[in-house]
Design a protein. Structure first.
Length: 242
């Protein structure tokens, strides 16, 4: 988890710097990375910029953790079904269970639960697959609510910082006693930095969130299709065994 946090922090710094560099100087940045980030952070105000950046760091950490988990959970369904079918023909239920034990991923775990209930009949096998499939779906969706929270929280904090910044800008105008363009532009620039930052954070996390959701949908579809094929294979084996 510490490595994920370090990577997400570095990735956050790169993305924020790239966004500011393109917005301010299309020809390329004129200041070092850390100096430009420090300048934008101070201009936006540490009080609101800190939680927004924290949303991005934590959100990316959860996103990277989910992506790694989902990639590890992906299984070649065709190979697994062929291996289970061959094991059933050669060594029976125990051999097939051993194949599932040695295969990572939710599909293999579901197959194992079905094989473990084979003695109770196919009805119990199907119920076991459905029940354990729901458990596996819950595990695949772990931490998604946190990512959604950070997506909503980052722009909200940015808008809040902008509103407070605008209030401060009007206070400066009131103190100056004149509508000086310098006072107005300077105050609005500082206020809008938080909104820009919050929107950038939300966009980045939303892209990762959609990718994760599509990945989960693909795994769930594979689980459902594989479960149907697995029940057919188990039914054929039981008929031959009688």
């Amino acid at each position: 988890m510490k490595r994920i946090l370090k990577f997400s922090t570095a990735f956050t710094a790169f993305l924020m710097y790239a966004g500011y560099a393109m917005a301010q100087d299309p020809a390329g940045p004129s200041e070092p990375l850390h100096q430009e980030l420090k300048k934008q952070f101070i201009d936006g105000g540490p009080l609101f910029m800190t939680p927004i950046i924290l949303c991005l760091v934590l959100g990316l950490a959860f996103c990277i953790e989910r992506i790694i988990y989902l990639n590890l959970a992906t299984t070649n369904i065709k190979i697994l079904l062929l291996s289970v079918e061959s094991a059933l023909e050669e060594g029976g239920i125990e051999a097939a269970k051993e194949v599932c034990r040695n295969t990572r991923g939710p599909v293999a775990s579901i197959f194992y639960q079905g094989l473990d209930r084979n003695d109770e009949g196919l009805d119990m096998v199907e119920k076991s697959i459905v029940s354990y499939g729901s458990v596996q779906m819950g595990q695949l969706e772990t931490n998604l609510p946190w990512i959604g929270l950070f997506i909503a929280l980052a722009p909200s904090l940015g808008f809040l910082g902008t509103v407070i910044g605008m209030v401060q800008a009007f206070n400066d105008i009131e103190k100056a006693g004149t509508m000086s363009p310098t006072v107005v532009a300077g105050g609005m620039k500082v206020a809008l930095i938080t909104t820009v930052t919050g929107l950038i954070v939300a966009i980045i996390l939303q892209i990762f969130y959609n990718y994760i959701v599509s990945k989960i949908d693909g795994i769930v579809n594979s689980m459902e299709n594989a479960s149907i094929s697995f029940v057919d294979i188990l039914m054929k084996h039981n008929v031959k065994s009688k």
